[in-house]
Design a protein around this ligand. Sequence first.
Ligand SMILES: CC(C)(COP(=O)(O)OP(=O)(O)OC[C@H]1O[C@@H](n2cnc3c(N)ncnc32)[C@H](O)[C@@H]1OP(=O)(O)O)[C@@H](O)C(=O)NCCC(=O)NCCS
Length: 180
Amino acid sequence: MTTIRLAEAADLDALIALRIESETWLHAAGIQQWVDRERGIRNLREGVAAGVTYVVDDGGTVAATLTLNGPDRDFWTDEDDPENALYLYKFIIGPAHRGTGLGDALLDWACAEAEGRGKALLRLDCWRENKSLQRYYLDRGFHHVRTVQVAGRGSGALFERPADLRTTTRSLTSAVTDEC
Ligand SMILES: CC(C)(COP(=O)(O)OP(=O)(O)OC[C@H]1O[C@@H](n2cnc3c(N)ncnc32)[C@H](O)[C@@H]1OP(=O)(O)O)[C@@H](O)C(=O)NCCC(=O)NCCS
């Protein structure tokens, strides 16, 4: 059974493995994204500790992860009404589950989370130079808001999607019972 639940400390090794596999895959494809491994792992640790990182558990294996949190104020300004959105970070699907439709189901699930928290939008920032990844989000109902350049950040292409949008009928069993 495929279930989504909050990540626990015991999931950290699997989450770090997902991140490293993903970096290796991207770099082998010549994609310059996620070049700072230490920062990536630190972010995952902080997300788990803060209770904002989720894992997709497929029969006891961590198949994917995503983090839902507040706005990154390097990118989103007061004019963006930043509290009216939920923000997607560290979205990773492991190799065995990529291209299976799990990504679409997870984006729908994140939108439902946003709606459930009274937010109108699901937002994300992604790598400025990565047009292929940006196409991925455009194809799934996201709109490009703008691209901003911040010193020391490779990310900065900003996207958003209405929280009430659904693109697939596939749903995930949620073991998330308490969003406090
Ligand atoms: C993004 C991701 C979660 C989507 O998973 P999915 O819904 O199963 O979709 P797929 O993995 O089949 O990817 C769809 C297409 O996007 C491409 N793609 C995915 N991530 C990409 C990336 N970071 N950069 C460039 N292209 C990417 C895939 O190569 C694929 O291209 P194709 O259709 O030409 O084969 C998954 O590909 C992943 O974990 N990517 C690496 C981590 C990442 O970039 N996360 C997003 C951070 S904002």
